[in-house]
Design a protein around this ligand. Structure first.
Ligand SMILES: [Zn+2]
Length: 309
């Protein structure tokens, strides 16, 4: 079961010649989700060879420009590419008010429908679910309403061992029951437990995207035991005052949340444009949470391979 996240943009506020603003592409069991859509996201999608047509759902954390300025361009391009399927955008209700007039003006003959899915970023709730994945909001504390997203992959269905099918001459009905977790009762009354009849199950993994937010303790409980945590770290401790003033986090605070959450791995991003060299961020975070990496553009993190260090 695939589960990976590709970083398309990792900067805050100002795009630089080296780093684009926030955007990430998630593949959960072949569902492709775009998270945030900073300016230039469509160029990054091209660069990292993501098929535009596979994106059916976009999740927007909040309505600051560095997280949404790429949306209008992407919506227009999808129309020019002849898209027919609905495009679902989960975001604060104001996004529709902001974007619909632009869609009406620039894309009057858009060949597909943009479906706005208003969410309440103040509450933790499941906003999307299908047979492979659930998506839950994570209320954050920022200057304007903001939320992160917790993606939970559902465990793979149980597989019945081929040898058992032959040995017990299982009927289709029996196989279905075993796949649903039932034991097998033989004619002589012997019970064969489910775990002896099935392959070891593959667990579902989880990914939490948390941007933008100031540090607050409760966040770690909302992402408890997550496999991979993305947490913004706009500043380092040297700019702690600025982080506080702009409701952002430092690398150390991101690491503290990962540690308290018992996350397996942390990736940090949303770097301030004032830092060309990102090593101070990494060093600071690793002091608190060793299994940290920079969320650099073009890197794909495999959520199924995250391990505690
Ligand atoms: Zn923001």
């Amino acid at each position: 079961m695939s589960f990976s996240v590709t970083i398309l943009g990792s900067n805050s506020a100002l795009p630089t010649s080296e780093r684009y603003p926030t955007a990430q592409m998630l593949n959960v069991s072949e569902r492709f989700f775009l998270i945030d859509c900073g300016e230039g996201t469509q160029m990054q999608l091209r660069k990292y060879k993501v098929k535009f047509s596979r994106i059916n759902h976009i999740f927007i954390s909040h309505l600051h420009g560095d997280h949404i300025f790429g949306l209008m361009g992407l919506i227009s391009t999808l129309g020019l590419l002849g898209r027919k399927n609905d495009l679902h955008i989960f975001a604060h209700p104001d996004l529709e008010k902001l974007l619909q007039p632009q869609i009406d003006y620039y894309c009057a003959d858009l060949p597909y429908k943009v479906v706005f899915k208003p969410i309440d970023p103040r509450h933790q709730q499941v906003i999307f679910e299908d047979d492979k994945v659930t998506v839950e909001t994570i209320p954050l504390k920022h200057r304007i309403p903001a939320c992160g997203y917790l993606f939970r992959q559902k465990p793979a269905p149980l597989k019945v061992r081929k040898a058992c099918i032959d040995q017990f001459e299982l009927s289709i009905a029996e196989i279905v029951k075993i796949k649903n977790g039932c034991d097998l009762r033989l004619e002589d009354g012997t019970i064969i437990p489910n775990c002896e009849l099935t392959e070891p199950s593959i667990p579902g993994y989880s990914y939490a995207f948390c941007s933008d937010t100031r540090y607050f303790e409760k966040l770690s409980t909302m992402v408890k035991d997550v496999d991979l945590l993305y947490h913004e770290s706009t500043f380092t401790n040297a700019d702690e005052q600025l982080a506080r003033k702009t409701t952002h986090s430092t690398a150390e605070q991101a690491a503290l949340t990962a540690k308290n959450a018992n996350a397996k791995q942390l990736i940090i991003g949303h770097f301030s444009a004032r830092h060309r060299d990102l090593s101070p961020y990494l060093e600071e975070a690793k002091n608190v949470f060793p299994n940290t990496q920079l969320a650099l553009e073009g890197i794909t993190f495999d959520v199924t391979k995250t391990q505690t260090k």
